[in-house]
Design a protein around this ligand. Structure first.
Ligand SMILES: [Zn+2]
Length: 134
């Protein structure tokens, strides 16, 4: 059973479109090394889009410094994220995917320090930053 997404591409097409690191993270559910990503300590005003299909996923005011080594958000754009239980590596975690193309973003944890209590731990390779157009 393969779930259908609004944006569907073959793995060969994704491989052509994405960088090697983006492909490894987004399509093979990889994780970038902590403190290595370009958005880890990035705090400009704007929005973060899915690096695969360009859907808007997060706003910069949802981003906070978590010191965990990956870009962290305390909330996401409504409806932009799919949540899947992940039982790999002997842990029960909640994987987060782009709801539009099914690409892997990271995991969400309920130990966030802000009002929402959520910590969306996202790979820099999975997202692209843009300054707000308006
Ligand atoms: Zn996407």
């Amino acid at each position: 059973m393969v779930k259908k997404y609004p944006i569907e591409r073959s793995e060969a097409e994704w491989r052509k479109q994405l960088s090697e690191e983006q492909y490894r993270v987004l399509r093979e559910k990889g994780t970038e090394a902590p403190h290595s990503g370009k958005y880890n300590l990035h705090f400009q005003n704007g929005e973060y889009h899915c690096a695969a299909c360009h859907t808007k996923l997060f706003e910069s005011d949802q981003k906070f410094e978590s010191n965990c080594g990956w870009p962290s958000f305390d909330n996401a754009i409504e409806g932009a994220i799919e949540y899947v239980q992940d039982r790999s590596f002997g842990m029960i975690r909640t994987e987060i995917l782009c709801a539009n193309c099914g690409s892997h973003l990271g995991h969400v944890f309920d130990d966030g320090p802000t009002e929402t209590g959520q910590r969306y731990c996202v790979n820099s390779a999975s997202i692209e930053f843009e300054t707000k157009s308006k």
